[in-house]
Design a protein around this ligand. Structure first.
Ligand code: R5P
Length: 319
């Protein structure tokens, strides 16, 4: 079985530094959705803010009933990753309209995983360019968005997807590198495709580890072909680094090839642990020994807390 080894996740202590300098934070509260309570609480603790729960009820017909707590704060931070997004987008809309009706002035969405970012062009005539449509929708609901490692392939800045000055994309690579340093690994870092180079190169620079980047062709949701560059993989411990594990096929294909090329062990380090359907089991069958992820999405493999990074970014935000 895949062993998510290393210490269980822990959240550093509160820091109140700079909080008073940011007017948004002087009268703010964090709102936590049911599946995101530990992460939202951790963020509130980092920021020294109160946190309250949003109640969400699912009716048998699939509709959502959203109920907000009574709020003393002028500004709110909605903390929730937007994986499995369709219901959550409607619940966000219901939350924002209700909050504004209750007198809330400013709303910041902290969504470590941001949905619909991968469809950034119409690959076929008539296809919705989801990145732009959902980005515009979000910018109409909230006054700012903070996310982590959004999948921006053909655009440079998050503002191109979510218009507005308070759209911030945080790079998790320094935190991933810090985690690897704490394990004192002497591994070869492998990025499974060209897009992963931005993370793997940063981690390599911070840790001093070597890295290589493979090439990927995707032929379908679960049909991925990987080509490894020429390298001596024999008896190497590998850390595969990627932003998203969705079906797990990208990482699994890469892991199988590395095993065939003599790798001694395969670890996976990923920002967003989507792990859809059989992805987790599929990775263990492909020979992955350990998986580590951030707590962007709740999963057994979570080892890296994002709250300190998110809080730093929020303190500096002008909203
Ligand atoms: C895409 O290029 C991303 O960086 C990931 O490699 C991709 O989303 C992983 O998807 P899956 O786990 O379905 O192969």
């Amino acid at each position: 079985m895949v062993i998510p080894s290393g210490p269980r996740i822990s959240y550093p202590a509160t820091s109140l530094i700079d909080m008073m300098a940011n007017p948004f934070l002087q009268n703010a509260a964090v709102l936590a959705y049911p599946e995101y309570i530990p992460q939202a609480q951790a963020l509130a603790v980092q920021l020294g803010l109160p946190h309250h729960r949003v109640s969400v009820h699912k009716f048998p017909d699939g509709e959502s009933r959203v109920a907000l707590p009574s709020l003393a704060a002028e500004n709110i931070i909605l903390c929730r990753s937007l994986n499995q997004p369709n219901d959550k987008l409607v619940e966000l809309m219901l939350t924002c309209a209700t909050a504004r009706g209750m007198g809330v002035q400013r709303i910041l969405l902290v969504a470590p995983y941001l949905c619909y970012m991968r469809q950034d062009i119409a690959f076929h005539p008539g296809e919705a360019i989801s990145q732009q449509i959902i980005g515009r929708f979000l910018s109409e609901q909230v006054d700012g968005v903070i996310t982590v490692d959004p999948h921006l392939h053909r655009i440079q800045h998050l503002q191109e997807a979510i218009p507005g000055p308070a759209s911030v994309a945080i790079n998790s690579a320094p935190a991933l590198a810090g985690f690897l340093q704490s394990l004192q690994q002497n591994a070869l870092l492998v990025g499974p495709d060209e897009e992963s180079e931005q993370w793997v190169a940063t981690i390599a620079e911070q840790t001093g580890l070597d890295f290589i980047v493979a090439r990927k062709e995707r032929h379908g949701d679960r049909d991925v072909r990987i080509a490894l560059p020429e390298h001596d993989y024999h008896q190497r411990d590998i850390v595969l680094v990627d932003d998203i594990a969705s079906t797990g096929r990208t990482l699994a294909e890469c892991a199988s090839l590395l095993k065939q090329n003599g790798a001694a062990s395969i670890q996976v380090l990923v920002t967003h642990a989507l792990f859809c359907e059989d992805a987790y089991e599929y990775l263990q069958q492909a020979g992955v020994d350990r998986i580590w992820s951030t707590d962007s999405i709740h999963h057994i493999t979570n080892r890296i807390a994002l709250a300190p990074l998110l809080a730093n970014s929020i303190r500096q935000l002008e909203i």
